[in-house]
Design a binder for this molecule. Structure first.
Ligand code: PLP
Length: 393
């Protein structure tokens, strides 16, 4: 029996003790001076990490709420807009747009692949009326990271608005909001920010505010202009999730103490270690090599049937306390996913891999143990992984 659970799904992510303590403080008046200080620090920290001088608006919502905010503030009924999808969360944005009566043009990359910026160029050339483009930065369902700089260069080169869902990317993977001219960035507290779920954080550019003035979709809860007015006084329109904001405040302090680039480098290192370890056991990574995410690693089902896969993840949970995620939508039963974002370091990677290797072996899926951790160690040192693979049954 494990003494403590290791939560390694791609969000919610583990909470550092500092964050837990911070979030368990007594409640305060959300219209009072203590809250104003909290809000001011949170917004300023978010701007630093998201590399933007734009407002970062706060909504009591999960990431999906942030995604909806971008639809209702930027678009009008019947308006044609381009959605770049590489998985379930990209598809979710399209579904939402359809429900709101937007004429959504969807470019969907094959599962495991990223968007080709040349396709974006072509679609925008063919559809000059499209003024807004929506893209997922890091697709949590497939473990694919899109090339946002290349996509932004195409979209902004044509003077269009760009909204990016970086719910599972921001703070972990480089995202230069202002340098790339990104108009809306959506993220959520339960991912790289090391806080509980409950706060959607949305960076909004002046051009996005201007578009919101013209956009005709109805909006109440997620109205950027109203929220902006409240934020000017360090308040939110509705009652905010104060405890989650305390958590985000402490998570931000930790990120800023470590340094934003160091946090990015840590995720790159951890991602490389996980991939090296998994491949050393002969397991197959789901995402195409050129676009693999440094925050989540989907792995083909090594067990054969979906039932055997759930026995493997069940064993990991009960014996080793390691909680991994399954696949979503049509990937259910076909892959499992390791989340490695936020509060994660090299030591945690060794624990994940060693537990996974033992569970694979115990389920009769691995003929040899002892290769995954050394491969990760080699990756951490920047060296090539050992050539041997264990061979999946
Ligand atoms: N977008 C991405 C890339 C995500 O990973 C998620 C959640 O996993 C969401 C959007 C939706 O966020 P939430 O589940 O917080 O609503």
């Amino acid at each position: 029996m494990a003494l403590e659970q290791q939560l390694r799904v791609p969000g919610p992510t583990p909470l550092p003790q500092r964050v837990v303590r911070s979030a368990s403080r007594p409640m305060i008046n959300h219209r009072g001076p203590e809250f104003a200080e909290l809000m001011s620090e949170v917004c300023s920290g978010l701007k630093t990490v998201l590399r933007t001088d734009n407002d970062v608006l706060l909504f009591p919502a999960s990431g999906t709420g942030g995604m909806e905010s971008a639809i209702v503030n930027l678009l009008s009924p019947g308006e044609r807009a381009l959605f770049l999808s590489v998985g379930s969360f990209g598809d979710r944005w399209v579904e939402m747009a359809n429900i709101y009566g937007v004429d959504a043009v969807k470019l969907r990359a094959p599962s495991g692949e990223a968007i080709d910026p040349e396709d974006v160029e072509r679609i925008l050339a063919e559809n000059p009326e499209i003024e807004k483009v929506f893209v997922t930065h890091n697709e949590t369902s497939t473990g694919v990271t899109n090339d946002i700089p290349a996509i932004a260069s195409v979209v902004k080169g044509r003077g269009k608005l760009l909204a990016v869902d970086s719910v599972s990317g921001a703070s972990c993977i480089p995202l230069e909001t202002d340098a790339l001219g990104i108009d809306v960035v959506v993220t959520g507290s339960q991912k790289g920010w090391m806080a509980p779920p409950g706060l959607a954080m949305v960076a909004v550019s002046p051009a996005a505010y201007a578009a919101a003035e013209k956009a005709k979709l109805p909006r109440v809860y997620f109205d950027y202009h109203r929220e902006r007015k409240f934020q000017a006084n360090n308040q939110t329109y509705t009652t905010p999730p104060v405890s989650v904001m305390y958590a985000v405040q402490e998570g931000l302090r930790m990120i800023l103490e470590e340094g934003v680039e160091n946090v990015w480098a840590r995720h790159a290192r951890v991602g490389a270690m996980i991939r090296a370890g998994v491949e050393a056991a002969g397991l197959r990574l789901f995402a195409a090599a050129a676009h693999r995410s440094d925050t989540v690693t989907p792995i083909h089902n090594p067990a054969g049937t979906p039932e055997e896969l759930s026995q493997l993840t069940g064993l990991l949970r009960t014996r080793y306390g390691l909680v991994l995620a399954g696949g979503q939508g049509d990937l259910k039963g076909r892959i499992f996913r390791i989340g490695h974002l936020g509060f994660i370091d090299e030591g945690a990677v060794y624990a994940i891999l060693a537990s996974l290797e033992l569970a694979l072996s115990e389920r009769g899926l691995l003929s040899r143990v002892g290769l995954m951790v050394p491969a990760a160690q080699a990756a951490a040192r920047g060296a090539a992984a050992p050539a041997e693979t264990a061979g999946v049954r």
